[in-house]
Unconditional design. Structure first.
Length: 352
């Protein structure tokens, strides 16, 4: 990573007059790249509104993900933050961000790098650390995320929440992020809702998830084909399912593998073919889950029971967790020389 910083101290201030975000785009001949799913937000009233969802940022430490031409960046700086870390992958945006950095001496650090691989464990001063049971630390993550990175990134951060590492080494760091409206609906979907999905369980069992407001597509340049929602995450003191992230993910992923079928169909693929029916029945009965419910109808408590029961079965049979249904299918296919049908996928599972 290439790290740039402007040193010096500054009192509370508003940014001095600067070229508008639109002017910056023209000045540096910036163009949103479709293959990177980039969309610029130029309306400062909307960027201010996004930043307000994060809460009171006075003297806070903020990491902005993918600042691009710096619209949200200006709103964050005007909120009176103590320090702002900008992580930007696209080198074309760095000169414009340096202009903002020079206008806010001592407040801005620019990292030219990929947020998916950037190590956030050392991003903030140690004195900001809070115990997990305490109020969240004065650290916030904010970002207008490209659609292509939003889902893998939130899954990565949810795993960090589960392990209390990465940006959550400092405590229950809050996140305010943009997603396609449909993805945001999955994040907050309740049992029985048509958007209820793997993403709903993985996020809600670890965080309080709030869908703050929707930004119409025409507010962005270029205009995406979908609307965008701003979502706020606060990690829970106690996760709803107290099992390792990989185990919860495996159970939830298996259940939603056959989204339109009875939930026992997904549970079956947790077990090798020999003894599959018996062990599926054992898990469903012990977890007290009706096998004829559809995956999207299951409550968080039912997923918790399924995960806890599966964990006990894995403890009794140490090789069970390593079992891979797809690998068994491939092996059978190779042995028989025939093609084997694969489980159906929803669009979400393909994304994840």
């Amino acid at each position: 990573f290439c790290l740039m910083a402007i040193s010096g101290k500054a009192a509370a201030f508003h940014l001095p007059p600067l070229p508008t975000v639109g002017d910056i785009i023209k000045l540096f001949r910036l163009k949103a790249q479709k293959q990177l799913s980039q969309n610029f937000l130029l309306d400062l009233r909307l960027t201010d509104k996004i930043v307000r969802q994060a809460g009171d940022l006075k003297n806070a430490y903020v990491c902005e993900v993918g600042p691009g031409p710096g619209g949200i960046t200006r709103s964050i700086l005007n909120a009176g933050v103590e320090q702002l870390l900008l992580v930007e992958k696209d080198a074309r945006f760095i000169p414009g961000l340096q202009m903002l950095s020079e206008a806010a001496p001592g407040k801005v650090r620019i990292v030219h790098g990929d947020i998916l691989t950037y190590k956030m464990e050392k991003a903030f001063p140690k004195h900001l650390k809070k115990h997990w049971e305490d109020e969240p630390p004065d650290i916030h993550i904010i970002g207008n995320l490209p659609f292509s990175v939003s889902t893998p990134l939130i899954i990565k951060w949810l795993e960090n929440v589960s392990k209390k590492d990465g940006p959550f080494l400092y405590g229950r760091t809050q996140m305010t992020l943009t997603f396609q409206k449909e993805v945001a609906e999955r994040l907050i979907a309740n049992p029985g809702g048509k958007q209820r999905s793997r993403l709903s369980i993985m996020s809600q069992h670890l965080c309080t998830v709030e869908n703050c407001f929707v930004i119409p597509g025409q507010a962005f340049v270029p205009k995406p084909e979908v609307d965008v929602a701003v979502v706020h995450f606060t990690p829970l003191v106690q996760p709803k399912i107290e099992q390792p992230f990989q185990l919860v993910e495996k159970v939830v992923q298996s259940v939603f593998q056959f989204r339109r079928k009875y939930c026992y169909r997904g549970i079956e693929i947790l077990f090798p073919e020999s003894g599959r029916l018996k062990r599926t029945e054992q898990l469903m009965m012990t977890a007290n889950v009706d096998p004829t419910l559809r995956p999207y109808q299951l409550s968080m408590a039912q997923f918790r029971n399924l995960c806890n029961t599966y964990r006990k079965m894995c403890d009794e049979d140490p090789g069970l967790f390593m079992y891979n249904y797809r690998e068994e299918l491939r092996q059978k296919s190779r042995n028989s020389g025939e093609s084997t049908s694969q489980p159906e996928h929803t669009e979400e599972e393909n994304q994840l």
